[in-house]
Design a protein around this ligand. Structure first.
Ligand code: HC0
Ligand code: SF4
Length: 571
């Protein structure tokens, strides 16, 4: 260990620590716009400069290693003045239309400017409005970019996509796509992980809330809404509630107040997905079908597979995702039972995910000329709508989702966590194969935040070999091993984002990037708690699903189920 003094506090840290890490250990905040531990440490913003007694000039704390006995000052006059000067230069180059920015009051640059007491900024580079790319689910506004490089790092190192990179030099430096095309033109998978790390409003989701308001105001339409598993434990953050708080009941009340005709739940169709996908897995194992079966519910992963691993397209489950299955049922079974014209049903989904906007528009997912989903909005967009409606969210009483498509089991809610789809599937497949009502249903081996998890599960005389990858970067490593013949499995879960949907690109933005892992853990725990407290924890126990099969679909994998709930991806 190395001992040093920071702002008069003696700190002892491992010798490979940087001054920034040492300061954080001592609970001293050094501001930075670019730093992400272990991921983006380029010292590009220079905001983190500190003074080390006896050293020449100021040092960037994020890359300067600790040295025995040094005395560091993080807030001396020269440090404060230098930081402010650097900040003013960044601001001079930044489109400062804060009032109309999606990140107004949620922007790291804005917060920093306020804390550092920035006064007048004397120069304003002409805002590059023309550079706005609004075509896809992920919107780019380069006039706001501060060149921190976080998006580039995440897209490359975590997601292994490389859709964006630095281009040009000097004052012309920018973050852009190959040939400066639209983000949607090539390999971007719409995961939105770049939005989550952007300190400012240079990256955001396409705002589709106007489409939802218009539908709600159209009396001709029957507007139904579904909410994804992960939304209910994160939405509260937008209203100041502690991370991981379960706000399912308040969320349902808020949606009813917004005027939706029916407030249903994606948990219902997550259970439905398990019925179909579990049946598909058993059938592929028994009939010599293509293995491993790979989950197909994460649209970011699907697009990644199409671009980089097209040789695995036949491994993908033919099941549509729960979002799409919900829409397909909401436009067939629901109107039939409710006696309404399917064309009048307008389906809104609230998702923790930006790629769900892309999935909603995929041509493969149209049944009988009707799109499954009309509009997909993110958790953040729903929070905006609730605020726009003047609803005092934290004061709301709880209510329950509407029946027919509102019931969900514990197996459904854990879809939100990495490993959850796998665990939910095993719970049902194991019961089907053994013919028992198994009690030991916590499959701990597939839980947790590691990029790749592997397990063998004994079900009767079958040894089911499974793997879980979270983030497309982790998926690459797993699939490369399978391609090389080094690993074999029956069943694989792949989710596009690290941690699964709880950390999707549409979830509330975590301003303090040093808390990212902690937030993931708290949201994950919130989801597992909901599973534990649900009296039904297996998808096949969902009574509304049983009724759907009895009254409409017949049985899992039936002809009708295939027509509306399954699809096929071709390159
Ligand atoms: Fe997910 Fe889903 S679990 S992808 O993470 O499968 O977005 O929460 O809604 O569709 O259910 C996201 C979350 C979903 C879907 C479900 C799956
Ligand atoms: Fe990269 Fe995902 Fe952002 Fe696209 S949405 S640029 S794939 S991080």
């Amino acid at each position: 260990n190395v001992t040093l003094k920071i702002d008069g506090i003696e700190v002892s840290v491992p010798k490979d620590y940087t001054i920034l890490q040492a300061a954080r250990q001592a609970n001293i905040e050094i501001p930075t716009l670019c730093y992400l531990q272990g991921l983006n440490e380029p010292a590009s913003c220079r905001i983190c400069v500190v003074e080390v007694e006896g050293w020449r000039g100021l040092q960037p704390a994020c890359v300067t290693k600790v040295v025995e006995g040094i005395v560091v000052k993080t807030a001396s006059k020269v440090v404060r003045e230098t930081r402010k000067g650097i900040l003013e230069l960044i601001l001079a180059n930044h489109n400062r239309e804060c009032l109309s920015c999606t990140r107004n009051q949620n922007c790291e640059l804005q917060k920093m400017s306020e804390e550092m007491g920035v006064g007048e900024v004397y120069y304003q580079k002409k805002a590059a409005r023309a550079a706005m790319d609004k075509t896809g689910p992920v919107v780019r506004d380069t006039s706001k970019c501060v060149l921190c490089g976080r998006c580039v790092s995440v897209c490359s190192s975590v997601q292994n996509v490389d859709a964006i990179d630095f281009a040009h030099r000097g004052p012309q430096t920018s973050v852009t796509t190959p040939y400066e095309e639209k983000l949607t033109a090539r390999n971007c998978i719409n995961c939105g992980q770049c939005i989550k790390v952007c300190p400012v409003g240079a990256l955001s989701e396409r705002d589709d809330t106007d489409l939802v308001w218009a539908a709600l105001e159209n009396s001709e339409l029957n507007v139904v809404v579904q909410t994804a598993p992960a939304v209910r434990i994160a939405l509260g953050e937008e209203f100041g509630l502690p991370v991981g708080t379960d706000v399912e009941g308040k969320m349902v009340t808020a949606l009813k107040k917004l005027g939706f005709d029916k407030v249903f739940d994606t948990n219902f169709s997550a259970d439905l997905t398990i019925m179909e996908e579990g049946t598909e897995l058993i059938s592929r194992i028994n009939n010599g079908g293509k293995l491993p079966l790979i989950t197909s519910c994460s649209p970011g992963w699907i697009k990644f597979c199409e671009h980089k691993y097209p040789d695995f397209l036949d491994n993908l489950s033919s099941c549509k995702s729960p979002q799409q299955m919900f829409g397909a049922v909401a436009k067939s079974y629901y109107p039939e039972k409710a006696g309404i014209d399917p064309k009048k049903v307008f389906v809104v989904s609230v998702m923790p995910c930006t790629a769900k906007k892309y999935e909603a528009d995929r041509e493969e997912l149209v049944v009988d000329e009707l799109k499954d989903i009309d509009v997909a909005i993110t958790t953040r967009e729903l929070a905006k709508m609730i605020k726009q409606a003047g609803i005092q969210f934290t004061d709301l009483a709880d209510s329950k989702a509407d029946s027919m498509m509102g019931e969900g089991t514990g197996a459904a809610v854990i879809f939100a966590n990495t490993g959850g789809v796998m665990e939910a599937a095993i719970r049902t497949v194991a019961d089907i194969l053994t013919g028992e009502d198994l009690k030991d249903i916590d499959y701990i081996a597939v839980r947790g935040q590691e990029g790749i998890k592997e397990a063998s599960v004994n079900i009767g005389d079958l040894e089911l070999k499974v793997a879980v990858a979270n983030s497309t970067g982790a998926a690459s490593k797993l699939l490369d091993k399978i391609r090389a013949g080094e690993s074999t499995y029956h069943f694989i879960e792949i989710m596009g984002c690290a941690g699964g949907c709880i950390n999707g690109g549409g979830q509330p933005i975590i301003m303090d990037k040093s808390k990212t892992e902690e937030v993931k853990q708290l949201r994950t725990a919130g989801i597992y708690n909901k599973d534990k407290n649900n009296p039904k924890r297996k998808s096949h126990k969902n009574e509304e699903i049983q009724k759907l099969y009895a009254e409409y679909l017949d049985k899992p994998g039936s002809h009708k189920a295939h027509h509306i709930l399954h699809t096929h991806y071709v390159n």
